[in-house]
Design a protein around this ligand. Structure first.
Ligand SMILES: [Zn+2]
Ligand SMILES: [Zn+2]
Length: 267
């Protein structure tokens, strides 16, 4: 299994990165299966630098905050108007109501009789506790966030990637990530500030969750552009014994191996 960071800026897109989006690939039926996890602002354009989006096999949306899903509008546009359009509808996993959420974002008309038919681009599947998506067994768990938010445990070939999505401190993340080869986890707050509860993690809290879950490696993501990533990273390292690094666009990591695969399009 391989993880490629498309975008990792927290809450909004940043000067150096789109908002949240990750490409997860694994062998399946003699080829590589491509799962796109979240699709925040700017990420669809960045994805074109790695793969033609028409080749994406499935999309998994953690929750319906715009910084994780709004480029589904752009995906629909590309699916209809790119030179190789129309694309076959792609399997879209997400919270119940995902398609309606995107239709409302896409279509400024209040007249539903002329509503955009997003099923031309997406085949929606509401998240279940577990589901098989190509080579991936995806287990979901509800995180601690103001809207229904699904953390994901993605398993293939004995390798395990866990993704926190957005969350405040919760045992559910520890349970979901238990023993994972790699935990991709958010750290959006700074320690020592009056942070609201049930929203995001600080770097030290993310480190604590990784430590409690006994994961092999931690990748910090979703640091917003108004905070210093190095400060968050330092806090996480003080609370987790294993390797910790910050996500950056184009970063590729093999899940379940220690080998560094490389960085797409240079470093
Ligand atoms: Zn977010
Ligand atoms: Zn959120």
């Amino acid at each position: 299994m391989e993880l490629t960071v498309i975008g990792c800026s927290g809450s909004i897109s940043g000067p150096l990165s789109p908002a949240s989006s990750y490409l997860v690939t694994a062998p399946h039926g003699g080829r590589s299966f491509s799962l796109l996890v979240d699709l925040g602002p700017g990420s669809l354009g960045a994805l074109y630098g790695l793969i033609d989006p028409s080749r994406i096999d499935a999309i998994a949306i953690s929750h319906l905050h715009p910084d994780h899903c709004i480029d589904l509008c752009g995906f629909h546009v590309a699916s209809r108007y790119a030179p190789n359009a129309p694309w076959d509808p792609v399997d879209l996993y997400g919270p119940p109501g995902t398609l309606e959420r995107i239709r409302r974002a896409y279509d400024p008309s209040l007249d539903n009789s002329d509503a955009e038919d997003l099923t031309a681009s997406f085949t929606p599947h509401a998240w279940q506790p577990s589901q098989q998506v190509g080579p991936f067994l995806i287990t979901t768990a509800m995180m601690s966030h103001p809207v229904p938010t699904y953390g994901m445990r993605i398993e293939a070939g004995g390798e395990v990637l866990a993704y926190s999505a957005d969350t405040g401190p919760t045992q559910a993340l520890v349970d979901l990530a238990r023993g994972a080869d790699l935990l991709l986890a958010e750290a959006s707050f700074l320690d020592g500030e009056a942070n609201p509860s049930g929203l995001h993690l600080t770097g030290s809290q993310t480190g604590d969750h990784a430590q409690a879950a006994g994961v092999s490696a931690l990748v910090i993501t979703h640091v917003p552009p108004w905070y210093d990533t190095e400060q968050v990273l330092t806090a996480a390292r003080e609370h987790f014994d294993g390797p910790v690094e910050a996500a950056r666009p184009g970063m590729i990591r093999r899940v379940g191996g220690t080998e560094r695969v490389g960085v797409a399009g240079g470093d």
